[in-house]
Design a protein around this ligand. Structure first.
Ligand SMILES: *[C@@H]1O[C@H](CO)[C@@H](O)[C@H](O)[C@H]1NC(C)=O
Ligand SMILES: *[C@@H]1O[C@H](CO)[C@@H](O)[C@H](O)[C@H]1NC(C)=O
Ligand SMILES: *[C@@H]1O[C@H](CO)[C@@H](O)[C@H](O)[C@H]1NC(C)=O
Length: 482
């Protein structure tokens, strides 16, 4: 047996080694968002993660249904705190203690959930928030850190703040700096992260650069080499991801933390809803990214040191997300809303291809379409109404259903609405203009969906059902023991 002092020495040696080589093996994880009309059961999603050997998952809240399903899975979890909660968590240590107790302590432990990170806010410094959440971040972090310490979890659970890449800027990577109005808060943030051994978490989206600017060179967004390389002194950048990553490295270096580990909190490519959003492009980007990261090549400013972890955005399509950023916003999944792989992707985790979700509970195979025998000239209002609640984003320019014609448009809208209403027969009426069909109306890449019967509210129901049963069992044990 080793003497305690030798143990400590070896342990510190290992610590030194691991901190000077943070490049261990980058891990590929996924974001699991749930803003969907047709939600899979959390247990179906966890099975999907396990089938695909995904060991890390990032959530946007601390949904008890999702956490319950992750229990005992061994999957490492980053839970999230929405920006709206930062203010109360920063101003009340009671609130922060409660948050940690309810959303972390009650789940971690043997056979529980491996919650390793808490994302405090989501892109709270986003320019478009105009500073709304900015001043709540540090107070929330400080309170939560104390709450974690009180719960004896400060060593196990790390606090992080996922930032949008708009927190920093530069013409060339080596000139990277945080936005001037963020300098002070970023100085505090990175010093806090550093003293707790937390990484800097950033979301990087070459797709948005391409979408947002007509003169952004298309091949620079991908990883296959480019005719538009960016030369920065002695360094040459052939893809936007590396250029962006190194801009952050330079910004951190300016604050004195050039070695801080970096985690990519979100990165990905949508498959629908815009011209550049399609299956071929999404596959090329995501596979290129994964291969690049797993090659351990790193970037010019961090040769041989790839990001610590990379969380793909996203696991599943989320058909109920706001389309304010664009119609593509509902189509980021590597799987469709119902857990079906959209394209061939090797995550580098052991499977050569993605595996589909198993045992998905679909509604019956039927669709609602426009009745071809009817005069459809008065249908516009129905269509507008259907699309204002259900998802019709694929119909627009650049979408996978854009070419299906006027009748096709109407049918698509009717069906989206009908499925959203769980195939309630009245929801296919549309003043007699709709009819139910048992023939799949899908055309080419344009898929007419069938909803799933699984939903989170049902799962939460079972969860509370389980709790009640458990309480009754404990109560009877207690009654009969006495
Ligand atoms: C725990 O997290 C959930 C989901 O984000 C939230 O609704 C709830 O208010 C949190 N609990 C506390 C005590 O703050
Ligand atoms: C898919 O997107 C790529 C890359 O942005 C684009 O070059 C290509 O033309 C698109 N393909 C189709 C079929 O629209
Ligand atoms: C179908 O709807 C889309 C989106 O509103 C529109 O761009 C397209 O022109 C429509 N097609 C026809 C043939 O009306």
């Amino acid at each position: 047996m080793l003497q305690p002092r030798t143990k400590v020495a070896i342990f510190s040696l290992l610590l030194v080694l691991s901190s000077s080589f943070p490049a261990a093996e980058p891990a590929i994880g996924v974001n699991w968002g749930t803003i969907s009309f047709h939600r899979l059961r959390p247990s179906t999603v966890v099975d999907l993660l396990q089938q695909n050997k995904i060991q890390k998952v990032k959530l946007f809240d601390a949904d008890p249904g999702a956490l319950k399903a992750l229990e005992g899975s061994g999957i490492e979890v980053m839970v999230g705190i929405p920006n709206e909660m930062l203010s109360v968590l920063g101003s009340s240590s009671v609130a922060s203690d409660l948050w940690v107790r309810q959303n972390v302590s009650s789940f971690v432990g043997k056979g529980g959930v491996a919650i390793r990170y808490v994302a405090v806010g989501n892109e709270p410094f986003l320019s478009s928030y105009a500073g709304q959440f900015q001043n709540n971040v540090m107070p929330a972090l400080l309170n939560l850190q104390q709450s974690l310490a009180k719960a004896n979890l400060a060593g196990y659970v790390k606090l992080v703040v996922p930032c949008n890449a708009d927190a920093y800027e530069a013409d060339l990577p080596s000139q990277g700096a945080f936005r001037p109005e963020l300098t002070q808060i970023m100085t505090q943030l990175v010093s806090f992260l550093n003293s707790n051994g937390s990484p800097f978490v950033v979301n990087i989206y070459p797709f948005l650069s391409l979408y947002g600017s007509t003169d952004f060179p298309q091949d620079y967004a991908f990883f296959g080499g480019t005719t538009h390389a960016v030369t920065d002194g002695a360094n040459v950048y052939t893809n936007a991801f590396d250029g962006n990553f190194d801009t952050l490295v330079a910004a951190l270096t300016k604050l004195g933390y050039g070695q801080m580990p970096i985690v990519i909190g979100e990165v990905g490519w949508p498959t629908d809803g815009a011209l550049n959003a399609n299956l071929t492009a999404a596959r090329a980007f995501n596979q290129g990214l994964i291969n690049h990261v797993l090659s351990n090549r790193g970037t010019p400013l961090r040769p041989g040191v790839p990001p610590m972890d990379v969380y793909l955005f996203s696991l599943l399509d989320e058909g109920a997300k706001s389309v304010l950023p664009g119609n593509f916003e509902r189509h980021w999944g590597i799987f469709s809303f119902d857990g079906q792989a959209k394209y061939a992707l090797n995550l580098g985790l052991g499977n050569r291809l993605l595996k589909d979700a198993r045992n998905v509970q679909y509604l019956p195979s039927r669709w609602c379409v426009a009745d071809p025998s009817k005069d459809l000239s008065a249908v516009m209002n129905h269509m507008k109404l259907a699309c204002s609640v259900a998802d019709c984003t694929t119909l627009n320019y650049g979408g996978s259903c854009n070419g299906i014609g006027a009748k096709g448009n109407i049918s698509y809208a009717f069906n989206s609405y009908y499925q959203l209403q769980m195939q309630n027969s009245q929801s296919c009426d549309f003043d007699g203009l709709g009819m139910v069909t048992f023939l799949d109306p899908s055309v080419g890449e344009c898929r007419f969906l069938v909803g799933v019967t699984e939903s989170t509210s049902a799962a939460v129901g079972t969860y509370w059902g389980g709790v009640i049963v458990w309480v009754l069992v404990m109560w009877s044990v207690w009654v009969f023991e006495v």
